[in-house]
Ligand binder design. Structure first.
Ligand code: CTP
Ligand code: MG
Ligand code: K
Length: 181
């Protein structure tokens, strides 16, 4: 595969990890995961991490993986590009890993005294990618090895923050998100 083709393949493989955050923004709300509990006088996670948003994120990301498999078999035909297919296991791992990474970042933000919605450049853009890659590598190692190489993981880590900033800015302009990050 050419450099561009492998970048496209790697970004395609990350799509089930990109959608959960947006699904959580759209469908989130209701009881927070931490149930309002505090640790050392600060919320464990905060009101921005809800059961409903998390469940919606995992569901949407997993369904996206299955939908992408169908799309891939249609678009691939005559070209020499090969798009990765998702096992259910890989799809769930990417989606749940993305949500876990985001939740982990909220935990760290609360520990450092930041309020819900505070921006932490770098962390906000990479928490979900790191979570998704780590969980996929852990629970779907064969899929992970077939799908990524060290260079493509590196590209994903560079390109994702740019995509993330772009989509969040759009969500903010559309009034879907309270902050543009
Ligand atoms: N959301 C949710 N459940 C999640 C993640 C997100 O319900 N697991 C919803 C919440 O309404 C949240 C919004 O999506 O406010 C935006 O997500 P995010 O930016 O990750 O949360 P923040 O509100 O910024 O909170 P934090 O500071 O903890 O990141
Ligand atoms: Mg936020
Ligand atoms: K976040």
């Amino acid at each position: 595969m050419t450099g561009l083709a492998s970048l496209v393949a790697a970004l395609w493989a990350m799509l089930p990890a990109y959608l959960p955050n947006n699904a959580a923004v759209l469908f989130g709300g209701g009881p927070p995961i931490d149930g309002g509990r505090e640790w050392n006088g600060r919320r464990l996670l905060g009101d921005g991490k809800t059961w409903r948003g998390t469940a919606a994120g995992v569901l949407v990301g997993t369904l996206a993986a299955l939908g992408l498999n169908r799309i891939a078999s249609r678009v691939e035909g005559p070209t020499s590009w090969s798009l990765p297919r998702f096992s259910v296991r890989a799809g769930v791992a990417l989606a749940a890993g993305a949500m876990l990474g985001d939740i982990g970042a909220s935990f760290l933000k609360r520990r450092s005294g930041r309020a819900r919605g505070a921006m932490v450049p770098g962390l906000d853009q990479l928490d979900f990618v790191a979570g998704a890659l780590a969980l996929a590598r852990l629970v779907a190692p064969d899929w992970f090895r077939r799908t990524f190489t060290r260079p493509t993981v590196g590209l994903v880590l560079i390109v994702t923050p740019l995509l993330h900033v772009g989509t969040n800015a759009i969500a903010y302009v559309l009034g879907l998100k309270d902050e543009p990050w």
